[in-house]
Design a binder for this molecule. Sequence first.
Ligand SMILES: *Cc1c(COP(=O)(O)O)cnc(C)c1O
Length: 395
Amino acid sequence: MSTQIDTQSYMEIEEAHTSGVYPKRPLTIVRGEGAYLWDDAGNRYIDCVGGQGAANLGHAHPAVVAAIREQAGVLLNCPEIFYNDKRAALLERLTSLARMPRAYLCNSGAEAVEAALKFAKLATGRMEIIATKRGFHGRTMGALSATWEPKYREPFQPLVPNYKHINYNDLAAADAAISDQTAAIIVEVVQGEGGVNPASAEYLQGLQRLCRERGAMFIVDEVQTGFGRTGKLFAHQHYDLSPDLMPVAKSIAGGLPMGACLIGERVPPLQAQTHGTTFGGSPIVCAAALAALEAMETEDLPGRAAALGGWLLERLANLPTSKVREVRGLGLIIGIELRQKVSPVLKSLQERGVLALPAGMNVLRLLPPLVISKEALEQAAQQIEAVIEGLPELS
Ligand SMILES: *Cc1c(COP(=O)(O)O)cnc(C)c1O
């Protein structure tokens, strides 16, 4: 039996029963394939939201779909007190690709960050965490304490104590802040939610050196930058870094909810019962992640992100300076900083069949699936150009 409900009703039903914590757009998405999404009226959109980072492989990637279908009939769930064939295979593959020996498996980015923060405290016996202004690390209490945005933090104070926020891309500030009480510094290679701000090589390498010198853990949050997004499998590989702890999530399992915290050599062996989660490392997500990692390699998604991202950055470089302050990015995470609010631009783009994201109040953020064709990206670029050129001049 099929229930026919019109689009207005879907929105009304969600409005009546959803939590209310999300700013919603008046659009009901029902299907996806590659870099395209369809609404319930059959309209097609070019997807530059990319599942907010979870759809690097595109929607309904055939290899991921096949792996999920197959594993679904074998074993969905298996707590980590037991060993499992799919988990073993994934752990081997993931740690080898990340060149870090161990990984803790969980279910989201915030959980991966929580794990990194707890492991840093266990590894050092210290309790202070240093994070950066405009950094985003998730919304559970430990991760939220590292997140900068006051709007997200203030309703929940007091948060976890002993967190400091320092200026991003300012090595002197880090030098002054890291002490013999510091368990870890946590940083993004490109700040995603905070406005698409890439860090410099010197800054990141300097942070790693400071952490080594002062006995702190170097946490590189690759939840958004990981899995090919920036043009390398992991963004820190652009700068030859070796993080001590690396939270990842979003695209790791081709769109299924999964997170992982990669654990480096400087972290001493973790004791049993210091952390854990029921669903971590379930065979179904491990099977999806194995298929996703293989597809990233065989389709060279990092290489695509580098080539298409470089091309798009250049393509967008001539947007009018009266409307645009800066265009920046790394691979296929691209931010267009406007001289005005981004929300009307998002709305116009949607009307023209392109879905995109904000990063803060005035940055337009593009996170297209890395499988996107150059033609689709060109079409998106044309619409972006048209919408931005059509913005009213600021008086
Ligand atoms: C999205 C994100 C998180 C949080 O991930 P969730 O899965 O939403 O909990 C953490 N860090 C960064 C850099 C992110 O972009």
